[in-house]
Design a protein. Structure first.
Length: 545
């Protein structure tokens, strides 16, 4: 039960309205993107669309829709592949990564978090795909991460940008999120019970919809809401407020910010991001207008308009197959207007289509196929070169979406007792997050290529002077290449194990050499014995004479 009164509910709703009004012309811009690129998204103009209504009335060309789907599918495959663990925990002290206990703990902790994400009940992969669609269309995505205490697992949901506003702190990080949601009378009574205003609690129509606002913000912001009491001491407060009655109907808290906001591109001074669809919106509008014109021209080419004299023709003019048109003898015949140049319109559309696809990075997102003139390594390097062109945007996804999401999951799993105990030598060590997805490894591709090229440049000279390879630490070389290639740390031995193996190999080699020396010395020893025996026999014979 909330200890706060209606006054704070009014203050929070006032802040909600202020943030909505501060969006300025963003809503009209996003509404245009909705109608032309992502018609299944919620409207930004606050209009109540009829359920099941057609949403694609302005779309005459599907290039933008197809490109958006390729963009979302590519991000999902390269950044957060469902079948491969795309992150791993590590420590800042590199010497600890040679310890077997530390490596085992880091790998197990990473596997536990990924195991939680792979659960179908977590709903992560569908949510990420929906979020990437919003990111490509509007430049922003909103993902909510909750934790099911009873099942001890996370649950993810996406929420429409049209119903969500957010605010940054002094460091440029989103720390305040507010969104509206409609609940029927039945749903509201199930969720909030007696805390509802009398108007909703006593409503007779169970299907009537009511608007509620969910606000999550730092606990320190309490001074802005005229509150005198706090129900929870968690870093982030959570308030559900009924817009009818302006009353707080539920208060709780979160250890970490549960809303994850990611932005594709951001202009300095703006809190909201811009997406690829907004970048090429003029081309999208143009190609739809051109498609409409080309369709009309094609219709005229197939069924062209006819020039009919005002008299001498018996109406109606029958244009159906096998239709008969009657005219008076001596009257002018019916002629057809010449069709336009459809090929010119198609050529112009192809150019616009190519630009739209490039804006959505379709050539980067689609898997390159091996050709007869390219090796598998060359195809992989070409793909990595292209993925590196997206490094600024991918870095923002890592920072704003994936890092907070993985950290929140790991901390919630720790509180639930799912994470293993830390090894003694990891006490006090700061645990970091690394990404090993195909897109992340592409960022390391330049480093791997530089290392390989350096060694390859030295190999020809080593045939003349083998000492030229002496400066290379081959142990460090193998570890560094394993790191940049995303090889599991489980298969890399530590320095102590390597030393034991090498000592064992050295001892085995020494034993083998001793055995070979003994084997080669055996014939010589036999010959010596034979000579000694012969000399003895000779000596004995001489004495006899």
């Amino acid at each position: 039960m909330s200890l706060l009164g209606i006054d704070e509910g009014t203050a929070v709703l006032r802040r909600w309205e202020t943030l909505r009004n501060n969006r300025g012309t963003w809503d009209s811009h996003w509404q245009e993107v909705t109608e032309l690129v992502r018609p299944s998204a919620a409207d930004f103009n606050n209009s109540q669309m009829t359920k099941g209504a057609k949403r694609n009335n302005r779309i005459f060309d599907g290039t933008a829709l197809w490109s958006l789907n390729q963009f979302a599918a590519g991000l999902h495959s390269y950044v957060t592949p469902p079948t491969d663990r795309w992150f791993q925990f590590t420590v800042e002290d590199p010497t600890l990564l040679e310890n077997e206990e530390v490596i085992a703990w880091l790998e197990l902790a990473s596997d536990i978090v990924f195991w939680l994400y792979a659960k179908p009940e977590a709903n992560l992969n569908p949510v990420l795909h929906e979020g990437f669609l919003d990111l490509g269309a509007f430049g922003n995505l909103v993902i909510f991460q909750d934790w099911n205490v009873a099942a001890r697992r996370p649950i993810f949901r996406t929420y429409p940008l049209a119903h969500t506003v957010y605010q940054e702190n002094d460091e440029g990080l989103v720390d305040t999120v507010m969104r509206s949601q409609m609940f029927t009378t039945r749903q509201a009574q199930q969720m909030f019970g007696d805390q509802l205003p009398d108007k909703i609690r006593d409503a007779k129509d169970p299907e009537k919809e009511w608007e509620f606002v969910h606000a999550v913000f730092p606990r320190e912001d309490v001074k802005w809401h005229m509150s005198k009491a706090i129900v929870t001491n968690m870093p982030f407060r959570s308030l559900w407020i009924s817009c009818d009655g302006k009353k707080i109907v539920r208060e709780s808290g979160f250890h970490e910010m549960p809303y994850h906001i990611a932005r594709w591109e951001r202009v300095a001074g703006e809190a909201y991001g811009r997406g690829p669809a907004m970048t090429c919106l003029p081309d999208i509008k143009m190609i739809n207008a051109m498609a409409k014109t080309v369709i009309q021209a094609a219709q005229k080419a197939v069924a062209p308009p006819m020039v009919v004299p005002s008299d001498g023709i018996l109406l109606p003019v029958r244009t159906v197959p096998d239709g008969l048109i009657f005219k008076e003898p001596g009257s002018d015949p019916i002629t057809q207007l010449p069709p336009g140049r459809i090929d010119i319109g198609v050529d112009l559309m192809d150019r616009r289509k190519e630009h739209i696809q490039q804006s959505f990075y379709v050539d980067l997102m689609r898997m390159w196929r091996k050709t007869e003139r390219m090796t598998q390594m060359e195809v992989a390097e070409l793909r990595n070169d292209q993925l590196r062109n997206m490094s600024p945007m991918l870095g923002r996804i890592h920072t704003e979406l994936l890092s907070p999401m993985v950290r929140r999951t790991a901390r919630a799993a720790t509180r639930a007792g799912l994470m293993p105990e830390l090894p003694p030598n990891m006490e006090g060590q700061k645990i970091r997050l690394e990404y090993v997805s195909p897109a992340a490894r592409a960022q390391e591709g330049t480093k791997a290529m530089a290392i390989q090229q350096f060694v390859q440049d030295l190999v020809p000279f080593a045939q003349v002077d083998p000492s030229i390879l002496d400066p290379i630490d081959w142990d460090a070389y193998s570890r560094e290449m394993a790191k940049v290639r995303g090889v599991s740390r489980r298969i890399i031995r530590g320095a102590e194990q390597i030393e034991e193996i090498r000592n064992g190999r050295k001892q085995a080699q020494q034993m083998q050499q001793m055995q070979q020396m003994a084997a080669s010395a055996a014939p010589a020893a036999g010959a010596i014995r034979d000579i000694a025996a012969a000399q003895k026999d000779l000596g004995a014979g001489g004495m006899g004479q």
